[in-house]
Structure formats: structure tokens, C-alpha cells
Design a protein around this ligand. Structure first.
Ligand code: KG4
Ligand code: ZN
Length: 356
């Protein structure tokens, strides 16, 4: 089964062609075209929804043509069209969704409306053929969640952020130190030169029951620290970045350890794997800490290759393929959704209404 996947929910315009073997097993990425809009948003220090939507309109057709060309195929060689239908910036989601529906209608192809989070959640099956169930830490600019991935469309949420997402916290810390956007890579880079022990920062939720996260208090503490030491020298910035990164690592590993303890009742031995996905999974300090935690709990540690951790079309195509293989296609009048939790039955986390 060969699926064209389209992703437009944030600041990456992406299209990819992915093949799923008939009997199951890992997928084959035939093409994976991504256009990053970072340059267009950088002057504003973050993603501007209106600019993102316009850039998607401008670039999507060309990216789809490129994805098909790179895959050595055309619409006749595709069995279905998948597109992100949410959650995300609604203007961008509409661009991808309408384009996908147009192609599906014109070519008489099945259409699959993919939850962007499900795309991240199933990537480890595309790359590693991971069997269900497994534990997932999803950490990106828009999302921070701990989930047991039980099957396609079946998620049990163990924890979520009650305020900022992890990547968002990295971006805000970078912005207040004038490091530019996106902030995560910049913070990680300067933190290498820093002394993480010079400043004491809070570790929100550490040692508490459950698996929820909170990062806004940490971000505020960083702002106060930066203001108290203004103007910041390069050394100050590096020390603050290092202290912030260690605080995040402490919190994430603590939350993951609680999640692994809780998941032991749900995930049988032999299936105990901690998968980390989302752009923040690029961070080597966090990865190393989470790997240590995973191994201490008898969990295998799995991180998909970086270009599949950040937003891309292959993850949407793959989620579409997994759904279509189960007969789960969608009507052409399926609407875009700004919010779309993976586990709608989960009790809403306090203050977490905006972080689906
Ligand atoms: O998954 P992604 O590409 O897009 C979203 O769905 O949000 O994640 C982007 C986020 C940004 O907040 C970025 O600062 C963060 O991932 N990020 C990092 C690193 N690389 C990207 N955060 C920490 N360390 C990194 N090396
Ligand atoms: Zn994402």
C-alpha cells in the first residue's frame, strides 16, 4: 500500500510517499520532502500563523510534485491520500486538508484524515516495526505528553503539560536571552560551554505523584535570573542555558519514571519500550538522561531518526497507511480541528485546556 502524506499543521510544509508492506512490518519511505519556514518566522521570534498559512499555500503543490517525483511515481501509483486534519494552526491545517481532499476527489482515491499526534506516535512502527503496546514521550513545540500507545487510534494518556510544552519553554528561554528561533538547538549549543551548577532553578512537579508536566514556573525563574544578571555576558547565558536544560532533564526523567512504573501494569514484559518523539527528542542531554531512566526501569529506549522526530510528511503518510490497512478511511467532508486530543476520554488536566 502506497500513501501520499501531507503535513501543514505548523511551520513545516511537508509531503512524503510511504509504502506499507501488505503483511505489516516496517515501512519504506520512498520520499520525504520538507520545506522549513524557519526563515520566514525568525524575525518574529516564533511562528506567525498567518505567515505560516500563506507559506503552505505557496509551497505545498511544489512539494507534493517533488515527493511524487522523488518516489519515482505519480498519482496513479498512489493508493490513498493522507493529510493532517489537526491539531495545529487552523489556517495551515485547512491548506493541507483541502489540497488532500481535492486530490482524493479528482483521482477517486481514499482519503485519510490524520491526527498529527498519531503521526508522531506511530513513527516508531514505521522505522522499527515496534509492536503495540509501548510507552511514548511526545515532546515538541506544541505538545508534551506521556501516552501508552495501545493500538491505532487507541491511546491511554498518563500525563500532559498543565501549561507550556517543553519545546515552547526552550523557545521562550532562548528568546529572552536573544538566542533566536527555534530556541531548542541554540540553548543546547551554548549550554555545552556552561556551568549548570552555577544557578539553582526550580524543578516543577519533581517528586510529585502522576505524570503531568509544568514548565511555566521554570521559564519565569529563568526570566527573573536573566533580569537579575542583566546585561548577560556570554558566560552568563551559557550557565543559564545549562542550568535550564538540566532542570528540564530532571523533570522529564522523573515524569517518565513515574510513567514507566504506572505502565508496568499495562505493558507486559517484552514490550517495555520507552519511545521519545517530537523535535525536543533532538536534544542529546535529554536523550542521555531518558535512556538512563529507561534502562533503570528495564525499558528499551527508542528514538526515531531526527528528521522523523520533527514534523514531516512521512509520519502522516504512515499513520494514514496504518489506518487504511484497518479500513479506517474518512469522508470527504471531514473538517479541520485546531484541538484534537489523542485520548478524548482522559480526564482534563488542570489548566491544560489549550494543550491538546
Ligand atoms: O516536533 P517539532 O519540529 O514541531 C512541533 O510539532 O512543535 O518541534 C519543534 C520544537 C521547538 O520548540 C524546538 O525548539 C524544539 O522542538 N527543539 C529542541 C531541539 N531541537 C528542536 N529542543 C531542545 N533541544 C533541541 N536540540
Ligand atoms: Zn509535531
Amino acid at each position: 500500500m502506497t500513501i501520499l502524506g501531507i503535513e501543514t499543521s505548523c511551520d513545516e510544509t511537508a509531503a512524503a510517499v510511504v509504502r506499507r508492506p501488505a503483511g505489516g512490518g516496517r515501512g519504506e519511505i520512498l520520499s520525504n520532502a520538507v520545506f522549513s519556514q524557519i526563515e520566514a518566522h525568525a524575525p518574529f521570534g516564533g511562528v506567525v500563523p498567518e505567515i505560516a498559512a500563506r507559506a503552505h499555500v505557496e509551497h505545498l503543490d511544489g512539494l507534493i510534485a517533488r515527493a511524487l517525483r522523488d518516489a519515482g511515481t505519480d498519482f496513479a501509483g498512489v493508493d490513498g491520500i493522507a493529510a493532517t486534519a489537526g491539531p495545529g494552526l487552523i489556517g495551515g491545517v485547512i491548506v493541507g486538508l483541502m489540497t488532500a481532499k481535492g486530490i482524493a476527489a479528482a483521482r477517486g482515491l481514499p482519503f485519510i484524515a490524520v491526527n498529527h499526534l498519531e503521526g508522531h506516535a506511530l513513527t516508531a512502527r514505521l522505522t522499527d516495526d515496534l509492536p503495540f503496546p509501548y510507552l511514548l514521550l511526545l515532546v515538541s513545540g506544541g505538545h508534551s505528553q506521556l501516552l501508552v500507545v495501545e493500538g491505532v487510534g487507541r491511546y491511554r494518556r498518563l500525563g500532559t503539560t498543565i501549561d507550556d510544552a517543553v519545546g515552547e519553554a526552550f523557545d521562550k528561554v532562548a528568546k529572552l536571552m536573544g538566542l533566536g528561533y527555534p530556541g531548542g538547538p541554540a540553548v543546547e549549543r551554548i549550554a555545552r560551554e556552561g556551568d549548570g551548577a552555577r544557578f539553582a532553578l526550580p524543578r516543577p512537579m519533581l517528586g510529585r505523584e502522576g505524570c503531568d508536566f509544568s514548565f511555566s514556573g521554570l521559564k519565569t525563574a529563568v526570566r527573573q535570573l536573566a533580569e537579575a544578571h542583566a546585561p548577560l555576558s556570554e558566560e552568563d547565558k551559557a550557565d543559564i542555558a545549562a542550568a535550564f536544560q538540566i532542570a528540564v532533564a530532571d523533570v522529564l526523567s522523573d515524569r517518565c519514571e513515574n510513567a514507566m512504573a504506572a505502565a508496568n501494569d499495562i505493558i507486559p514484559p517484552g514490550h517495555r519500550r520507552l519511545v521519545v518523539a517530537g523535535g525536543v527528542a533532538a536534544n542529546m542531554v535529554l536523550r542521555e538522561r531518558l535512556m538512563v531512566s529507561a534502562h533503570a526501569f528495564g525499558y528499551e529506549f527508542v528514538v526515531p531518526p531526527l528528521k522523523l522526530c520533527t514534523d514531516n510528511g512521512a509520519m502522516i503518510a504512515w499513520a494514514g497507511a496504518e489506518r487504511m490497512a484497518l479500513g479506517l478511511t474518512d469522508p470527504i467532508d471531514t473538517g479541520p480541528r485546531a484541538r484534537w486530543p489523542l485520548d478524548p476520554d482522559a480526564a482534563p488536566a488542570r489548566g491544560a485546556g489549550v494543550k491538546a
